[in-house]
Design a protein around this ligand. Sequence first.
Ligand SMILES: [Zn+2]
Length: 456
Amino acid sequence: MAIVTQLAILEDKFGITQGSCVIGCDGMEALRMATHGNRDWLSVTNKQSDMLSATVATVDTLSVTITPLHIKGHQDDHVQYNDLDRLARMNVDMDRLAKETLHHLAQSPTILHDDYDRHPLSFILPRVDKTTVHQNMKDELYNSIMAPKLLSYWIEKKRITNGNQSNICWQSQQKANRLAPSGFRRFISKWTSNMIASGHNMKKWKMRPYSNCPFCNTEDEDRNHILVCQHVEAISGWNDALSTYISNLVKLDTCPYLIAAIQIELQTERRGETPIVVNRYPLQLHSAIVAQRQIGWRSFTEGLLCKEFVTYQSNYYKDVQSMRTGKAWAHKAIRKSWQFLFHVWENRNNKLHQTDKIRELGGRRDLIASITSERNIGLHSLPPHDFSSYFSGSNEELLKQNTEFLRMWLSVIRNARFLHKDQSLLIDNFVTNETLRKWIDLCFEQKDGQLIERQQ
Ligand SMILES: [Zn+2]
């Protein structure tokens, strides 16, 4: 860009209308695009399309013919500078001067990247707030628009705070999310936004009458309880999940001190104990541990990793002369921590679905008992025209239907008996127990021994 701009100035100053000029450059693709390019081929999705479009437009205004010449860069890496030919030496000089200029610009408080005026011949690039979108337009625009919304959502939900959000390595979380299989991504978004099928939510969504924990039977099982349930089987499942997670961190060549810290902090949190004094960790880990405690260790397992862990792990790789990078470690470690959560969740689901617990907590047992009683009573004074179909067929066939169907069946018959003042109306758990009554949506309730219509 600078070279062709200088040429344009020279042509103008000295009235040059013909001639030729050789332009050497170590970027083969940039050279090709700038000298053989056409603005119609370029699009804003090209890297540095503003610079490239301005260069191509400037070349079009020149009278002299341009001859591009590719020069291999950094030739002084292997040959003494003075032994290089003139063009190679010019390339080395140019490289050094460019770096010095860049350094100067970076140090200057008054010159900021996006304060540059746009070149009059360049494409107009979109800007979001004060940031120009140079490439990956779809992703950049999406991130620029959605990231602030997402941040304020999580701040409102108290998952993060204004104070700690800048310490979180969002990039790693984003990458981990991009690389995770879609089913897994769905699980982790449901988990973090508390939309999982916990007892609490299933009762709230009226899909189950009881919200109890399948392990310890505590009411109102939520995400927090799933992670800290004190039942021996829940603890054992959690320990298995942790030990798989730790082996995965070992496979990633995680610093052993960092692994120990993660293990201790997660165990301390599960037991509800006060965190250990930071001084007991190696000095280099102190500030990272403090930063992560502020973000939270539960958030850590959900992928909110503090930036200092990434730096720490990066330094560790350098110390052991590993080719791995802290950034790659971070997004892989996040996926492993998601697997840890999934493991705990799966253990709880196995307990719920592979045992009799789901029949107990799912209300099916209660439904079967009440429907069987209703079928034994039969229509009684219900109008046959409307209700005989509910009593046809065998009870056995009816009870093979899914829980949702049985819930509707009982709801219709119970409400009908009440509304038709049927004397055979049974007073069982579905009338006396508030949870079960709400679950099948009864339109009446028992008050002072009387059955009365429920006030909405
Ligand atoms: Zn429990």
